[in-house]
Ligand binder design. Structure first.
Ligand SMILES: Nc1ncnc2c1ncn2[C@@H]1O[C@H](COP(=O)(O)OP(=O)(O)O)[C@@H](O)[C@H]1O
Ligand SMILES: [Mg+2]
Length: 372
């Protein structure tokens, strides 16, 4: 019998990711020991917290990795819990420095704040669909449900998991590959959240600073409707966030959406584009019914272009679709549940356009004026 190589064991273990942190357990300091005794390999693993909800997943993943190593006949996983010092080391490694990682000048994360004038125009539905679509393409995506009073993202994503707390660091649940945090995960049942401006600001600050999202390609913020406290907080906490303005085709809705968009002129935020939702409904006989009128998205794009003095495009028109509503109710966004439906096709085309936008410094206002 050939001896088991410890190197081969360590290489295999490097492939085991912590399910919440999505990083190799050896890089996280979770690998305490490796003992090879003939065909028997014992691996000591340190969990971040004692009540780790995913302990059996980690245990199974480690055992499965060990069984791939030639010569291993028996895999023993010995679970223990990190000491407070080890936890602090882990936190320091994951989050060097305090504050909001996405607002650092060297952040590579593209941040989209999804805004609207009115409620019920489909902001949250658009947010979860774009997030799931980009995640399905292999991007690392997060959502902060910033609609503290009217949170709906966990339901739309079927995110039933609760965040794990490692001291003052919060690990977000992952649904359909998207890391998501919402006040809805911290309140009991369907309790209303009755908070005022300063508390909303603090909650948002905590979501952005204390939640460990890791390196993200894209972060979506699902904003409450209107131009209120949260929109202002977002502009302060994440000045590099770009607005995605959602409107229905209706003239009245377009007017208020335009107001939500022009706030960006005061906050010096870029408007990434306008999305028209609830456009023409295709009836069973093939005719299209413009339930909410038409032209609202185009109108908002034109008016914002004029008001901001910089081109703001209409990124797409998402038709009314029963499957979109049903997908939201079931917790599986339509881009995943019914990717061929007209609404999903429109949403995927919008995702194409977002993915094609330049990331990082290109196209971002640097707040400096070039001298000639
Ligand atoms: N294109 C669409 N077709 C059908 N129903 C939609 C569409 N967009 C949104 N809805 C439904 O409209 C309601 C409001 O959408 P939601 O995303 O919660 O809006 P908001 O976040 O702007 O308040 C939800 O029940 C949702 O399922
Ligand atoms: Mg909403």
């Amino acid at each position: 019998m050939s001896a088991v190589s410890e190197d081969a064991v360590r290489t295999a273990l490097h492939g085991v990711l912590d399910p919440e942190l999505r990083r190799p357990i050896d890089e996280l300091g979770m690998l305490r020991s490796v003992t090879v005794d003939g065909g028997r390999v014992t691996v000591g693993v340190l969990l971040t917290i004692a009540g780790c909800p995913l302990r059996s997943t980690i245990e199974q993943d480690v055992a499965a990795a060990l069984r791939t190593v030639p010569g291993v006949e028996e895999a023993v996983v010995d679970l223990d819990v990190m000491t407070p010092e080890q936890r602090k080391e882990l936190k320091d490694r994951l989050r060097p420095g305090r504050g909001i990682p996405f607002s650092r000048p060297d952040s590579l994360t593209k941040v989209f704040a999804v805004a609207s004038g009115k409620g019920g125009v489909g902001k949250s539905s658009v947010t979860v669909n774009l997030a799931c679509e980009l995640a399905a393409r292999g991007l690392r995506v997060g959502i902060v449900d910033a609609d503290v009073h009217g949170f709906s993202v966990p339901g739309l994503l079927g995110a039933t998991g609760t965040p794990t707390q490692v001291d003052d660091m919060i690990l977000p649940p992952i649904a359909h590959g998207v890391k998501v945090i919402s006040i809805g995960m911290f309140v009991q049942g369907n309790q209303p959240v009755v908070w005022r401006g300063p508390m909303l600001h603090r909650a948002l600050e905590q979501f952005l600073g204390d939640v460990y999202f890791g390196d993200l390609d894209v972060l979506f913020l699902d904003l409450p409707p209107g131009t209120g406290d949260v929109a202002i907080s977002v502009s302060q906490l994440l000045p590099n966030a770009e607005l995605l303005v959602v409107t229905t085709p209706q003239a009245a809705a377009a007017e208020v959406a335009e107001r939500a968009g022009t706030v960006s002129a005061q906050t010096a935020q870029r408007v990434a584009g306008v999305i028209e939702n609830m456009s023409g409904l295709t009836l069973p006989d093939g005719t299209v019914m413009d339930l909410f009128g038409s032209g609202g998205g185009q109108r908002v794009a034109e008016r914002l272009t004029a008001a901001l003095g910089t081109p703001v495009g209409l990124l797409g028109q998402v038709p009314l679709d029963v499957a979109l509503r049903a997908g939201g109710d079931a917790g599986t966004p339509i881009v995943l549940s019914d990717p061929g439906s007209p609404a999903a096709v429109a949403l995927r085309a919008i995702a194409d356009r977002l993915a094609a936008q330049p990331r990082h410094l290109a196209g971002r206002r640097l707040g400096v004026t070039p001298t000639v």
